[in-house]
Design a protein around this ligand. Structure first.
Ligand code: NAD
Length: 251
């Protein structure tokens, strides 16, 4: 495998599971030093152990991305551990309860917005100064196809993911001349623990049918697009929103 991320330090949130785990593992396999940041430290350490066993370099840090001070400390941990920051993937997220807008409590709304949208702002606020110090870098914010499409009984999630797309565009414009590229990725439905937790089932036939390809995506497929956007091959790509959705949004 090409070691095209050699010498780069990457900070990945929600990296103990699913898409974030795949991103962390692919980055490490291609030479990056990876900080696995997650609410679940033990699960994050398992990802680190697997990366190290495969010959890569990684360290785990506990963070609640909904808490700005914790995010600041986690980014500082990355810089202190590996000396710089070049890449960030703001990926941690939750689905929230499934019910229509008027049935959402204020607390349920705020929790999803805090973890799925506010967290990306907190992360960028801490990451950007570190990226500027390194002379620039690249960021991917994990949105969703629900960053542009609606979906039944998911008002807070859909709103948050639309917000992530907007925040990505606004921030990309602010830093385009300072060497920082930011893009958003919009996965279709991907078979991960998040999906299992949200649907309470592992029978995804109805969800599969929503995708013209007739199947769900994999975390590795989302990671492949994410790494492309982080790589120098994407040097003229910033402020945009890229789908990996089996054709979902084409309908
Ligand atoms: N699975 C899908 O179908 C799908 C589709 C589109 C977008 N996404 C997005 O991809 C991202 C990753 O989702 P996934 O499917 O891999 O989920 P997942 O549940 O497998 O992994 C999410 C990780 O985030 C961590 N996390 C949750 N809350 C956190 C917090 N407050 N602070 C730090 N870490 C926290 C969890 O511990 C977990 O390790 C999310 O932003 C999600 O919205 C997922």
């Amino acid at each position: 495998m090409a070691k095209d991320f050699e010498g780069k330090v990457a900070f990945v949130t929600g990296a103990a599971s699913g898409i974030g785990e795949a991103v962390a593992k692919q980055l490490a396999a291609r030479g990056a030093k990876v900080v696995v940041a997650d609410l679940k430290l033990e699960a994050g350490q398992k990802v680190v152990d697997a990366i190290v066993a495969a010959g890569g370099t990684a360290a785990a840090v506990a963070v609640d991305v909904g808490q700005p001070e914790q995010v600041e400390q986690a980014v500082k941990f990355a810089v202190d551990t590996y000396g710089a920051l070049h890449l960030a993937v703001n990926n941690a997220g939750i689905g929230g309860v499934a019910k229509p807008t008027a049935d959402y409590t204020v607390e349920e709304w705020r929790k999803v917005v805090q973890i799925d949208l506010d967290s990306v702002f907190y992360s960028l606020k801490s990451e950007i100064p570190a990226l500027l110090k390194s002379g620039g870098g690249a960021v991917v914010n994990m949105a969703s196809i629900l960053g542009t499409n609606g979906f039944a009984s998911a008002p807070a999630y859909v709103s948050s993911k639309h917000g992530v797309v907007g925040l990505t565009k606004a921030t990309a414009i602010d830093y385009a001349r300072q060497g920082i590229r930011l893009n958003a990725v919009g996965p279709g439905f991907i078979e991960t623990p998040l999906l299992n937790g949200n649907t309470g089932s592992s029978n995804f036939d109805a969800l599969k049918a929503l995708h013209p390809m007739g199947r769900l995506g994999t975390s590795d497929e989302v990671a492949a697009l994410t790494l492309f956007l982080l790589s120098d091959a994407a040097s003229f790509i910033t402020g945009s929103y890229h789908l990996v959705d089996g054709g979902y949004a084409a309908q």
